[in-house]
Design a protein around this ligand. Sequence first.
Ligand code: HEC
Length: 200
Amino acid sequence: MTRILGISSRFGILVLIVFIVELFPIASLEASDLQAMKNLSPAKVADFIHAIVEADRKIYTTHIVKRMQEQGIVLAREDWENKNAIPLPAQFLHISSKLVAESGHGIRFRLISRWPIYRRNGPATEFERKALEELERSPDVPQRGIVATGKKQLFQAIYADIAINTTCVTCHNTHPLSPKRDFKTGDLMGGIVVTIPLED
Ligand code: HEC
């Protein structure tokens, strides 16, 4: 009986090992693979993050904010937390950025503009100010640079934030604190700043 048990438990362990190996296959990395991984530059990583942030921003603004407003269901309002309302697109991005920051990877993203509704959303550095000017000339060319905070080096990329539909334009043009009131669909309204750490 003990012998049978001994065999079956050894068999059990073997099955378990096979199962674990199946779950976590050990990838073999060739030298060429390592080189390919090194080619993943900070600029590329920032581009990947931006692509996702921008897609989410578009979906939220077009398929939720605009659609709900047009159907008279619910409005996006700044004081959404205390009202029967949903967050503004800028607040959506901000909340999402806060959650990402909590994950501890050191990734940040935020909106800035030369015509901010709130001064805190104006360019914070000379690099950001210049980047917004450049983006006005060439919205398709992201502006990239390295910033240092204390001992840490951070990579920053700034992408154009465009008025994709009338909700962006109407709200900013009529907001009491907006310093610019003639935005049109398709205009550059500001920039999305993506910041990532350069070392672990
Ligand atoms: C219903 C109103 C509303 C809509 C719709 C809206 N915004 Fe805003 N936006 C705001 C407010 C209010 C802020 C400031 C939010 C904050 O910092 O808490 C803001 C912030 C911004 C900022 C940062 C600079 C600033 O003005 O403070 C940019 C850039 C921006 N919005 C662009 C857009 C774009 C592009 C769209 C459409 C995709 C859009 N907004 C839609 C109201 C709106």
